[in-house]
Design a protein around this ligand. Structure first.
Ligand code: ADP
Ligand code: MG
Length: 565
């Protein structure tokens, strides 16, 4: 009875059985795991691995309470490197189900099968078996009807299993895993080298390809985060994946840090898709906080929190200011092929049964860097002679050509002004302009200052002025209109070399110099515009503060067409 009560802490539904068995298979160094469930795992769960296996004695010991092969000394307990360490899972499962463990070690000829029901040993027999372990759990809670009553329907329990499995197996990309349930394959994960490929198999390509990754390394902490753009948010926080030394955990502190990192980019009540991997020296952690081992305690909370917030914040700031960075994707992995802008996972790794495997040791190892590659948007065309429409790897991009070009002209003028290198292009025949008396007077007082901006204007007499040269980027603008807009600024601002006044002047120059809405662009002109935009640092908005572009992710588009929910 006591064992059944204790079991309740570890095992509360089929998904927790799957979690414990999967943890064990991973700890055993498996790289191929096949799981089968019936009736949402309530009737039958089978986990088969190709790990190191167990001897007859190991099998018998495995169902003894607090027998674990993973901890040899007290000091091990303070530096846990495996997923399991409490030696509680198998005895807990055995206490509340009919369990059968079949296993063979590679160095032994025979395998063994043990049968236990309700915590009582029924048999242990020699049996032919491949190397590795198969655990079958039938009729969960058959002997604790009260608890069985609390189990939910097949669909809910299945969903829990899929979710649990997905979370656990995400970082173990070298493991090939399949989950079958009620005659269907629910998950089929090939081995891969890339986290994003695995994420793509689990959650979907659209999200995976939109993610950017960031990496931070410090003495006590290594952090790698994969962040989806804020517009792919969800109403639930179920896509925040947190790992510490590859162990999937639930942690309020880290979730809070993620939300703070996204800050105002994320609407209230929405949550991002995020994967956080932290590697911390196991001696600076306490993982033995909760029987399910899904909670941990950091010795240095503040460091973890602050590192996360600042890394996420600065990554998002850098990436989502630049419109052309919206669709970047990892690559550099030779086995990956890009087809039509998508990452194709490499083929399933062949299982080689002869390979010598040791139980895995989750020593602090650097996760593989996945360099980012900038994506060049593919131009589809021009809408209403006003918007450039582009295809991105993860969505559709609309660019307001005037706002975009305005920004380009503005940056160009500003940079050359700051480096005192404003170029001038002279007109063969100067432009003659008639102004009102009042405007004439205002302009006349500012001729020197305008000259410094590359606008060379001479007073011809009366209220007539001659425009002799302009910065080349402005060569096509309408001069009278431009001067009319310029006059109020000249009138109101005292010193034109001040930052604010200069900004206003440059803004007006940019606005007049930029391509207009409604102007037809050739393909080459559009390409040129995109290239120029890409060279700038912050082109999300035009100098007036209007947005330059709007992206529609495929996720949004597919939602619009009800292909996804
Ligand atoms: P823990 O994982 O905390 O050590 P468990 O009750 O989950 O405790 O498992 C008990 C022991 O049984 C493990 O320490 C391990 O030695 C052995 N074991 C369980 N599952 C497997 C498996 N799939 N392959 C090899 N050994 C296993
Ligand atoms: Mg275990």
């Amino acid at each position: 009875m006591a064992s059944q009560i204790a079991a309740g802490e570890v095992i509360d539904r089929p998904a927790s059985v799957v979690r414990e068995l999967l943890d064990n298979s991973i700890d055993a160094g498996s790289d191929r795991i096949v799981i089968k469930i019936e009736e949402g795992g309530k009737r039958h769960i089978r986990v088969k691995d190709n790990g190191v296996g167990m001897s007859k004695d190991d099998i018998l010991l495995s169902i003894e309470s607090h027998a674990t092969s993973k901890i040899n000394s007290v000091s091990d307990l303070f530096a846990i490197k495996t997923l399991g360490f409490r030696g509680e899972a198998l005895p807990s499962i055995a206490a509340v189900s009919r369990i059968e463990i079949t296993s063979r070690r590679e160095d032994q000829l025979a395998g063994y099968r043990l049968q236990v029901a309700g915590g009582r040993l029924k048999s242990i027999d020699e049996i032919g078996s491949p190397t590795g372990t198969m655990v079958e759990v039938r009729d969960l809670f058959y002997n604790t009807p009260a608890r069985r009553k609390f189990l939910r329907g097949v669909k809910t329990e299945t969903d829990h299993i899929v979710d649990t499995l997905s979370r656990i197996v995400l970082p173990f990309t070298h493991i090939q895993l399949r989950l079958d349930g009620s005659g269907k394959t629910l998950l089929n994960l090939p081995a891969t080298e890339s986290i994003l490929n695995r994420f793509s198999d689990l959650i979907g390509r659209n999200v995976a390809v939109s993610m950017m990754d960031t990496f931070k390394e410090m003495d006590e902490l290594k952090l790698r985060a994969y962040l989806a753009p804020p517009d792919l948010s969800r109403t639930k926080r179920d896509r925040i994946f947190i790992y510490v030394n590859k162990r999937s955990i639930r942690d309020k502190l880290i979730t809070r840090a993620v939300m703070e990192g996204y800050g105002q980019r994320m609407m209230r009540g929405r949550y991002p898709h995020v994967i956080i991997f932290m590697e911390i020296d196991p001696s600076l952690l306490d993982v033995n906080v909760h029987p399910t081992k899904q909670e941990i305690r950091f010795h240095n909370n503040r460091l973890v929190y602050q590192t996360l917030v600042s890394t996420i914040e600065s990554t998002l700031r850098k990436r989502f200011h630049s419109i052309l960075d919206l669709g970047q994707l990892k690559s550099g992995d030779e086995k990956e092929e890009r087809v039509q802008g998508m990452v194709i996972a490499e083929p399933v790794r062949e299982y080689s049964g002869t390979e010598q495997r040791k139980p895995v040791d989750y020593k602090i190892e650097l996760l593989k860097e996945t360099p980012l590659v900038k994506e060049v948007p593919q131009i589809i065309g021009q809408l209403k002679n006003t918007y450039i429409i582009c295809q991105l790897m993860d969505g559709l991009l609309m660019i307001d050509q005037h706002a975009a070009h305005e920004r380009i002209v503005y940056e160009n003028l500003k940079n050359s002004y700051k480096s005192s290198k404003i170029e001038r292009q002279s007109f063969l025949i100067p432009h003659k302009m008639e102004l009102s008396m009042k405007d004439g007077r205002i302009i006349q007082k500012r001729l020197d200052q305008l000259a410094r901006l590359g606008l060379e204007i001479d007073h011809f007499g009366g209220s007539t002025f001659l425009l002799r040269s302009v910065p080349p980027i402005l060569i096509n603008m309408e001069w009278e209109k431009f001067l009319l807009d310029l006059v109020p600024v000249l009138e109101n601002e005292g010193d034109l070399s001040g930052e604010k006044a200069l900004d206003r002047l440059l803004t007006i120059m940019a606005c007049h110099g930029a391509i207009r809405a409604g102007q037809r662009l050739s393909r080459e002109e559009m390409i040129q515009l995109l290239n120029q935009l890409e060279e700038l640092d912050l082109p999300t908005h035009c100098p007036h503060g209007r947005p330059i572009s709007k992206k529609f992710s495929y996720y949004e588009i597919e939602r619009m067409f009800k292909r996804v929910i």
